[in-house]
Design a protein around this ligand. Sequence first.
Ligand code: COA
Ligand code: AMP
Length: 638
Amino acid sequence: MTAFASAYQASVENPARLWSEAACAVSWYHAPEEPFEGKAYGLAEWFPGATLNTCFNAVDRHVDAGRGAQAALIYDSPLAGTERCVSYQELQHDVAQLAGALRDLQVQPGDRVVIYLPMIPEAVIAMLACARIGAVHCVVFGGFAAPELAKRIDDAKPRVVLSASCGIEPKGIVAYKPLLDAALELAAHPVESVVILQRRELRAELRRPRDLDWCEATAAAAPAACVPMRASDPLYILYTSGTTGIAKGVVRDNGGHAVAMAWSLRHVFGMQPGEVFWAASDIGWVVGHSYIVYAPLIAGCTTILYEGKPVGTPDAGAYWRVIRAHGVQVLLTSPAALRAIKREDPEGLQLKPGTGRLRAVFLAGERADPDTVRWAEKHCQVPVIDNWWQTELGWPALATCLGLGERAVRYGSAGHAVPGYRFAVLNAQSEPQSPRIIGDICIRLPLPPGCLSTLWNNEVEFVASYLAAHPGFYRTGDSGFIDADGFVHVMSRIDDIINVAGHRLSSGGIEQVIAEHPDVAECAVIGAADAIKGMVPVGLLVLKAGVTRAQAEIIVEVARKIRDEIGAISACRAIVVVDRLPKTRSGKILRSVIRRIADGESFETPASIEDPQALDGVCEALRAVGYSQTEVTRASGM
Ligand code: COA
Ligand code: AMP
């Protein structure tokens, strides 16, 4: 039996032992006596009664152990033209000062703090400062527009917002402060204080007394010490797309999370303390939370904070330069990033100087297509490993566990269940499917440590979304199958979530924004296939009767509305006007048929369709904007 197989078997036979041992990698004020306690629905509370501080585990204990001079994070920004190395000692100082400033602003344990920051060291410092004093951070991705930020402010109800004057994108400076001011005006919840980091690229106007300057506030503060928290206390809320326009606030605890971070970095990613890990993501996403910030720091590694893109900053060699320059040992990135690099440098010429100390590339966030995996294997000459997880889970559930000696990958599959997770594919009656038969991908409860404990302010939705469909199981929202060797193949979402360059977007959320346009009667948004981003949103509009304005004008307005209200990452690649949308007789829009038409896939005209001719209009409109190019076979399901 391989090391992986025996670790997996042990995790199934005796999970209490696995997680009790894993908890030894974390420093506790009051060590856990029991690894877990059962809760309603078959869930578990992890490490009940134990106390710890996540910031202490990520920072102070490494300084106490004499590793203060080691690089904790390396900030590399081709966009700002800056490189900066922050040691554990410096990180401790900066975090304690900001935590002190938050204390001075009356932030108490359990209070929420919204963080709206670009990829700069202060973003990491902000998260850790909250953890230090027991405040619950809520990071909002910098690419979201003011109304999305306002929704999160209203749901999380923060006392303080931490932000910066600007972000930097290849197209230029993105002024954050006007977006934040607009969001604070839109939000019903009154935020007491805003702390702004002034970047040298753009200074923001401060509205005193509400707004404070970051440097002034931290210089004036006394450093704050770490506060012991219960393992079950929330560490953060991270919003993710649900099936409606209202994002879901995933809540993560302190204790289970710290244990899962330490365990997964070592056993899934194969990292040792002192090594260099790079998650090329953004702190606004779960990959950034777990593998830019918490896991590498809790494990005593050096983490890379990269403010740039895989291509264009300045070229397709950027990732390989960072890997060589900083001695990165393991890279975690998205297939979209590699596809973008591959398109610009198909022969891997930028890889000629080598990949330094790199020993593995992990891919997450979307399906890793075999072409991209093979291209990366050929040019990087290291294992390229797909891994599947979600904002809700917080760490890989399917992977090839490098740290447990596993090497085998199966192209097209995201890997085996990771110890701690027990997968099942179920049919609508909650019965397990036979190997290779597609169904709902589910995880048997209880979930391991580090997974969501609830949805913020919404226990009802938590149960309805994840637990109600199949009693005793967590429903992932993905469909797929398990093959005879236990490899899990993730096929697609069962809801209206679309995945654009590893970013999770709700097509329903985009539709909601479009539907508010005064000339739009109804609309549909689908995720059409894209060679680089995997999927891109494409919108179809039906205009209200009597609208005589130029369609092109309306399309421009709708496109602008999406950017202004959700953000540029949700921008539709194409928007078309059609006479009517294909629907079932009960009025349900046939989105999956529209998607197949856009992608030029054959489809069956559903027996339940109300007006089959609507399909012709959709084909024609999509063809005019470059989709639906192949002649599709259209079988009749009647
Ligand atoms: N702040 C403000 N705007 C942002 C932003 C941020 N933090 N991040 C993205 N945007 C904007 C971009 O400026 C762009 O705006 P534009 O349409 O006006 O040009 C838009 O959002 C889309 O950005 P992006 O997704 O970066 O697309 P792109 O076409 O510029 O680049 C890729 C394509 C594939 C290179 C890019 O999507 C990428 O790097 N993907 C990998 C993503 C990743 O690693 N995800 C993590 C999941 S694990
Ligand atoms: P997020 O919560 O943003 O991380 O998105 C999670 C969703 O992204 C999953 O439910 C999947 O639909 C998709 N996803 C993430 N990783 C993979 C992967 N390795 N293979 C296929 N789909 C993935």
